[in-house]
Design a protein around this ligand. Structure first.
Ligand code: NAP
Length: 251
């Protein structure tokens, strides 16, 4: 399926040491891409070894994406290692659960820094390179809370609404330059991010009952959609938010 072939492409994936980011990075590697695994606290040794076992080149870059000064190094290091960047997946994200009335400013700020500010700055840095190159794919990880209000997560919801808006803003400017910017909005996926929900018997039952597919998503459920948005198959898609949610939004 040459439409989905990523041979010779270079991908940068943030938050690639675990959860959705690791599965996306390995999906891109399976489709042929060389990958820079960006992680903060979780080593990417496992992912790098798995990508290399597939015959790809892979590097690990340690960076705290909430530190703006660390972001140019991610792009520079990738270009130094691979000579180019074709795909950027802005996946790193955090959630802080406290009712809005008690939500601390520190939690708000931290969530906005990781989930939104890093997405803007990394997209800008990679985008400049992609515009010069005349091609590139940026995939932002949005959320069901890019559409809905959620419960006790005002910072997270605000950040994910803004990620959807930023995706459209960048897509609108860069479509004519050969750079496609799109997003994936995962539904309720079984990762560390949703552990508190799955451990709450009331919330976990409510959530499961609302998912038409009848199960929580897995990290691997995102690999195919990410390959699609990273590949030639989606060349005429710009600013689209692709829900991968087991049908959550249609119920
Ligand atoms: P997760 O298992 O909690 O993993 C979070 C990832 O973000 C980790 O790889 C972590 O890296 C990285 N990260 C956090 N803070 C960072 C920082 N300051 N600098 C660099 N990396 C940082 O979460 P996940 O479920 O895989 O979530 C991945 C993305 O999907 C997030 O944007 C999340 O909002 C979004 N999402 C998840 C769900 C879901 O149901 N799970 C639904 C919708 C959207 P380290 O471990 O190296 O710190």
């Amino acid at each position: 399926m040459s439409y989905f072939d990523l041979t010779g492409k270079v991908a940068v994936v943030t938050g690639a040491g675990r959860g959705l980011g690791e599965a996306i990075a390995l999906g891109l590697a399976q489709a042929g891409a060389d990958v820079a695994f960006v992680t903060n606290r979780t080593p990417a040794d496992k992912g790098v070894a798995a990508a290399e076992a597939l015959g790809r080149k892979a590097i690990s870059i340690q960076a705290d994406v909430s530190d703006r000064s660390a972001l140019p190094g991610i792009i520079d290091r990738t270009i130094e290692a691979f000579g180019r960047i074709d795909i950027l997946v802005n996946n790193a994200g955090i959630i802080r659960r406290t009712p809005a009335a008690d939500h601390s400013y520190e939690d708000w700020q931290e969530v906005i820094d990781v989930n939104l500010n890093s997405v803007f700055v990394l997209s800008q840095l990679a985008g400049k390179h992609m515009i010069e190159q005349g091609s590139g794919k940026i995939i932002n990880i949005a959320s069901m809370l890019s559409y809905q209000g959620g419960i006790n997560v005002p910072g997270y919801t605000s950040s994910k609404h803004a990620v959807a808006g930023l995706t459209k803003a960048l897509a609108s400017e860069w479509a004519s330059k050969g750079v496609q910017v799109n997003a994936i909005a995962p539904g309720y996926m079984s990762t560390d991010n949703t552990e508190a929900l799955r451990e709450d018997p009331v919330r976990s039952t409510q959530i499961l009952q609302r998912i038409p597919a009848g199960r929580w998503g897995t990290s691997e459920d995102l690999a195919g959609p990410a390959v699609f948005l990273a590949s030639q198959a989606s060349d005429y898609m710009n600013g689209h938010i692709l829900a991968v949610d087991g049908g959550w939004l249609v119920r």
